[in-house]
Structures are given as C-alpha cells and as structure tokens.
Design a protein around this ligand. Structure first.
Ligand code: HAM
Length: 461
C-alpha cells in the first residue's frame, strides 16, 4: 500500500513550493529595506527554551509540542517508562514557533551588544505543533517571522506592524479583507494585578464556564479569553479589560504606538480581549485576521513585544518584539480573495529531434544553451516529433530548434517561431559558438546572458 504524508502535514508540490520561494524572496527584499538580516536556527531546541520562553501553561507548550529523542536517550527513556530519567539537556522538542529559538541564539551569540543598534532578524521555515488538524491548522506549517531585539521605543512597535501589513499588501492580500487587531498586555508592574482580577472574575462565574477555563483560573486565567466555548466567550466579554488596568508607562507606550499607526494611515481595531497564545508577551500585541473563506483559523499573522523573554532564556535584560505570519493561511486568504496566481513552469526554447540519430547533437546544444543561462528543454522519453511540439507549446517555448538528419548533414537546423510559425535555417556551428561565448561564466559574473531572440536574430546564424 502506498504511504501518505503524516496527518496534519502537506507536501509542497511544485506550484506551492514555487509560491513559498516567491513569498520568502518578497519577504527578504521588503524586510531588508527595514534593516532586517536573515537568521536560521535549528528545527529543534532544548525543551526548556520553549517551556521557559513560551510558558509551560500555554497550549503550545503544554499540549502541542513534538518531543524529540535521539536513539540512546530514547532507549533509556523507554527503559525508565517515561523521560524523567533524562537530564534536561537531553530533552529536545521540535520548534513550535521561531521566536524562542531566535532569542536563544541572540543571547548565546551576544548579538545585541551594549549600546549597539538593535538586532533585526528574519527567518522562514517549518514549525511543528501537535494540534488537531483542520483547514488552516496543520501539524507542520510554515512561518515567516521577524524579530527586533534591543529597543523599547514605540517606533519599533509601529515599524514592526507596518512591515507586516506592507508584506501582506505586497503579496496581494486585499486590504479590505484584512483586519488588524491591537492591544496592550501591560508589563510586570500592572499585569499581575490585572491577572488576579481576571482570576477572581472567572471564580465568580465558575458555574457558567467550561472545565478547562475553571482550571485556567489558577494556571493561566488570561487564556480564558481565547476559549472557543460560546458560553465562556459570552462570560469573558464582561471580564475586566487590561486597557483599564495599564500602568502609566504602559498606557503611554500604547498611546504612542497607536498615534504612530494613525500617522502612517494604518487602520486597526483595538481589541482588549486579544491576549495571544504565548506567555512571553508584554505591552503591544497584534494580530492580522482575514474573515472570508478561512473557517475558524482566521489569523494569518501576529506578534507583539516580549521585553522579558531574553531573561527567561538566560540572557541579560533585552527588550524585543516581533511577528510571524502563517504561509498556508496566507495562501488560503489569497485563494479566498481570488488573488492567487501561479507562474507555471516555462522554458525559453525547446530542442526537437526528428529521429534518434540527431540526439547527440541535440544534447550537446541543450548543454551549451543551459551553460549560457537559457532555460531549454528537450525530450527524454523518445516521443514523436508531433508530441515534442505539443510539449514545447505546453512549456511556453517561443522557439523550437528542430534537428533533422538531412539538415544536420549540412550543419544546419530549422528554428520555428512558435507564435508566427515562421521557420528558417540556421547554422549549428555558429549557434554553438555564440552559446559558448556566453557559457561557462562563474555565478555572479557580469555577463549578459544571451536570449534566444538575440541568438536567432543574429546575423551570424
Ligand atoms: P502565533 O500566533 O502562534 O505566533 O503564530 C503566527 C502565525 O502562524 C499564526 O497567525 C498563523 O497564521 C500561523 N499558525 C500558527 N499555528 C498554525 C498551525 N497549526 N497551522 C497553520 N498555521 C499556523 C507565533 O508563532 C509567534 N512566534 C509570533 C511572534 C514573533 N511574536 C513575536 N515574535
């Protein structure tokens, strides 16, 4: 029986893989104008980086982490019946998100030197969460994220949000189908009292709330704002709002971020119930949601400030903030908006063989054309001439180089312009020489690659 990809994963077939590359290229170009540089961290980290960074009481860490065990450790854990025999450095998990690992790397390599400019880093790659798969919710999904460490200024928050919105616009997500939600989560001065007031509120409404929310009252009361249970959502709509409990510094910071967004013409909705699913956030949080065609997984990206995260993973106090966007959800949003366009595989030219005797010459020309930087294809399946023309057409070739034994005997080949159907005889040796002139250049050399139009219009042929 053939195998399928594991539940909750999806193969990126060529069209999707092409789009992923286009998306990461667009991100790299746009983010570099904001001063961001690429970073790649391991797909797995010590589990503690996530438990300390993201928070033990979050769903992401508490329920959704894929634990990784190496061969020896796995045997030891099996023998012990659980992994309690493992040392903490032997406990590894696949990354459920990128922020904790990036901040770990920033701390480890001291990327934010005292007094130096902030470290601005972006990444793109797979993340892993053992969630119940559904539309827009996968166990392996792809994020593009950006993190900025070393600034407490509200301009950094506004810049981060603007960069995310510009990215979605550039990818073609229509502005009218997106809404940006923002909130402030307060800091270590004002949040504890707020958290306590929410805990008390949940306890006062215990009878109306689901078992999980009742449990959350003590472990992580703010999570109750995210409960999908309708009654809980109704009850939580009346809960105390963080924005009524912010300390002066947090309020001032939040007001400054909003006025910067206003000045930049960025529309947003203030949502005092936006708490996000990760515990590291302080002050600004934001989420971009698309309502049409997304099912219940409407968030295509989100992020916020995490001024205490560097300390949580063992570093010195370093403020930070960032976002991540979900590639698969963004694609769903583009699909729903009818804004998804594919650029199918195309070639510059096609080399067709009338019979097998001309194949060695065809292959030689094929290699020379590729060395000259042209995208050229020939048949590798022994197809008839008619089928080769069909294939050339399907691949969008504008020119087909037809090699036949009679013309080849005179050192010639026919070139057909696929649009005008005009054909003319060209000299193979001259074409070969011209290609060789452009071929063999090292990558990045300042050479002008020959185009087929140029080649076939050349007086030399
Ligand atoms: P997050 O909100 O957990 O934030 O994830 C960011 C985005 O990843 C979501 O908005 C969603 O589009 C996508 N996503 C999350 N889970 C799944 C899933 N199971 N399947 C498909 N897509 C998913 C973070 O990960 C933070 N690290 C963002 C951040 C960066 N905050 C500060 N810096």
């Amino acid at each position: 029986m053939p195998y399928n990809a594991p539940e909750g994963t999806a193969d990126m077939l060529p069209a999707a893989a092409r789009l992923w590359r286009q998306t990461t290229d667009t991100a790299a170009k746009l983010f570099s104008t904001y001063g961001y540089e690429p970073i790649d961290t391991p797909l797995f980290e010590l589990t503690e980086v996530f438990t300390r960074g993201i928070g033990e009481a979050t769903d992401v860490v508490g329920k959704e982490m894929f634990v990784v065990r190496s061969g020896e450790n796995y045997k030891r854990a099996l023998a012990a019946g659980d992994d309690s025999g493992l040392k903490s450095k032997q406990k590894l998990s696949l990354r459920p998100e990128g922020t904790a690992g990036v901040v770990r790397a920033v701390v480890q390599h001291n990327l934010v030197e005292q007094g130096a400019a902030p470290a601005k880093l972006f990444y793109a790659g797979p993340m892993f969460r053992a969630e119940r798969p559904q539309k827009g919710r996968l166990r392996q999904f792809h994020q593009i994220g950006a993190e900025c460490l070393g600034s407490t200024e509200p301009t950094a928050d506004a810049e981060m949000i603007i960069m995310l919105m510009r990215f979605f616009e550039r990818m073609g997500v229509p502005a009218k189908s997106m809404q940006l939600l923002i909130n402030s989560m307060g800091d270590e001065h004002c949040r504890p009292a707020y958290r306590e007031s929410v805990r008390q509120y949940i306890l006062d409404h215990e009878g109306e709330m689901c078992e999980e929310c009742r449990r959350r009252a003590d472990t992580n009361p703010l999570r109750a704002f995210d409960c999908k249970n309708e009654t809980c959502a109704h009850v939580m709509a009346g809960a105390p709002k963080i924005t009524d409990h912010l300390c002066d510094d947090c309020r001032e910071h939040y007001e400054a971020v909003k006025s910067l967004l206003d000045a930049a013409g960025i529309k947003y909705i203030e949502d005092p119930t936006l708490v996000r699913g990760l515990d590291y956030y302080t002050r600004t949080v934001f989420e971009v949601q698309v309502t049409e065609g997304m099912g219940s997984q409407s968030a295509i990206g989100g992020g916020g400030r995490y001024d205490k995260l560097a300390e949580a993973v063992g570093g010195r106090p370093t403020p930070g903030l960032g976002f991540a966007l979900g590639f698969e959800r963004m694609v769903l949003a583009l699909e729903a908006a009818g804004a998804l366009s594919d650029t199918p595989k195309r070639v510059d030219g096609y080399i067709a063989c009338v019979d097998d005797s001309v194949r060695p010459t065809a292959f030689d020309l094929l290699c020379a054309a590729r060395d000259a930087g042209l995208t050229v294809e020939m048949d590798h399946q022994g197809k008839s001439l008619k089928s080769q023309f069909k294939m050339a057409d399907k691949l969008g070739a504008r020119h087909v180089f037809v090699l036949g034994p009679d013309e080849l005997a005179q050192g010639k080949a026919r070139v057909r312009n696929m649009a005008s159907h005009e054909e003319r005889l060209v000299d193979i040796a001259a074409a070969r020489k011209l290609l060789a002139h452009f071929g063999g250049q090292p990558m990045g050399a300042a050479s002008t690659p020959v185009s087929l139009d140029e080649l076939f219009s050349s007086e030399n042929l």
